[in-house]
Design a protein around this ligand. Structure first.
Ligand code: PLP
Length: 402
């Protein structure tokens, strides 16, 4: 699919340190197609205005585009528009649910379950809630290959469990968790489930009705839209019953010193002037990937993953960290006792962008008894040739560092 697709991404066509850029840091943030870049430019050149409040032409146009984006997100997730809340990203989505649903429903003695391989943003807000309420955070252990141990999860579930929160796909290892089964079992004990969709949305179709998740958060910047925008999906009846998150303009129906009444969904959770062009860019980005086709994207990325796994494994001394049966296009690896950062620096000198470190998953690194890994993460605009270039550069770097 590649040469025509790559033409949509201007940033890919540059040299870094005298070599053609190889961008393998897509799990951290993805690059933006021209459709998204132009949508942001058009917003500022043609109709920049605050939304929802204006009678004038520009305000109406901006409102229309922003609400169209909400419709696109709702259709994409198979949700209703009332269930789609614009937030800053996955981190804010988790914090919002912890601070509202959590504050309202979790009490002393209750339990919240996460997995051992969550991103810090799907651990710390729950820890804060537990501290506040006297609740306990329970952790699903994982195997050495990076899969959750399902029987152990079942043992953790009880009538004390109020919330289960788990990533659909691990950013550090690429594991695709069996979230549908996780959700089904949590519901049997009456717990609600938050799905961290940050790494799932760029790679696969996510249908919240089919999953039956109660909440799902994701970040626009990982799914080819701008930064600082994301989505919290919540089931309507849960969102209706939750207190607001932040107070301010937009989230109210009326304000007086005698008291305030809150706005209807989804505006109840959207205080203040939102990230208007970010929201618009998210709608454009989702339309863009849907035009290519998520099935096609998933199949091509799987091909890259298989090819990359094979090629990387051939490098002497290289060990892939995270070998789950179900994986997205992420390859985490270590080479002998070389520090990941040193490899990252030498690859950068060859124009290759990978990520090194703990990937915001320190508890996972503790479990695996490592400090961090090198991580190459692929998007649909990457190629097998780029994998070959990287493997050759790796071999050279290893020689220098050994
Ligand atoms: N969860 C996962 C699995 C992630 O990969 C990330 C970002 O790397 C986050 C949450 C946090 O996303 P953001 O920083 O966009 O809020």
């Amino acid at each position: 699919m590649n040469s025509s697709i790559r033409a949509h991404f201007p940033i890919l066509h540059q040299n870094v340190n005298g070599k053609p850029l190889v961008y393998f840091d897509n799990a951290a943030t993805s690059q933006k197609p021209l459709a998204v870049i132009n949508a942001i430019k058009d917003y500022y050149e043609q109709y920049n205005s605050n939304i929802h409040r204006g009678a004038h032409h520009l305000a109406q146009l901006a409102t229309e585009k922003y609400e169209d984006a909400r419709k696109t997100v709702a259709q994409h997730l198979n949700a209703s528009e009332r269930e789609i809340n614009f937030v800053r990203g996955t981190t804010e989505a988790v914090n919002l649910v912890a601070s509202t649903y959590g504050r309202q429903n979790v009490k002393a003695g209750d339990e919240i379950i996460v997995s051992e391989m969550e991103h810090h943003s799907n651990i710390v807000p729950w820890q804060m809630l537990c501290e506040d309420k006297g609740a306990t955070l329970r952790v699903i252990p994982i195997t050495d290959s990076g899969e959750i141990i399902f029987e152990e999860y079942l043992k953790l579930l009880s009538e004390k469990t109020k919330i289960v929160s788990i990533a659909y796909i691990s950013n550090a290892l690429g594991t695709i968790h069996p979230v549908k089964e996780v959700i089904r079992e949590a519901h049997k004990v009456g717990a609600v489930v938050f799905i961290d969709g940050a790494q799932a949305l760029p790679h696969k179709k996510v249908d919240v009705k089919d999953l039956d998740c109660d909440f799902l958060g994701f970040s626009g910047h990982k799914v080819f839209a701008g930064t600082g925008i994301g989505i919290l999906y919540g089931k309507e009846k849960l969102l209706e019953a939750m207190p607001p998150y932040m107070g301010g303009g937009e989230m109210i129906k009326s304000v007086s010193f005698a008291g305030t009444t809150y706005n209807d969904l989804p505006y109840k959770f959207e205080a203040g002037t939102p990230h208007i062009e970010g929201g618009i860019s998210l709608g454009v980005a989702l339309n863009y990937i849907n035009e290519i086709g998520l099935d096609k994207i998933a199949a091509y990325e799987d091909e890259l993953l298989q090819y990359g796994t094979h090629k990387f494994s051939e490098v002497e001394g290289l060990r892939i960290v995270g070998t789950a049966k179900e994986k997205a296009s992420v390859i985490s690896f270590l080479v002998n006792d070389i520090h990941p950062y040193d490899l990252g620096v030498l690859l950068n000198q060859q124009g290759i962008a990978i990520r090194t470190g703990h990937h915001c998953c320190q508890p996972l690194m503790d479990r695996l008894k490592i400090e961090g890994t090198c991580r190459a993460s692929f998007a649909f605009y990457n190629t097998k040739e780029e994998i070959d270039v990287t493997v050759n550069a790796l071999k050279r770097a290893i020689k220098v560092l050994s």
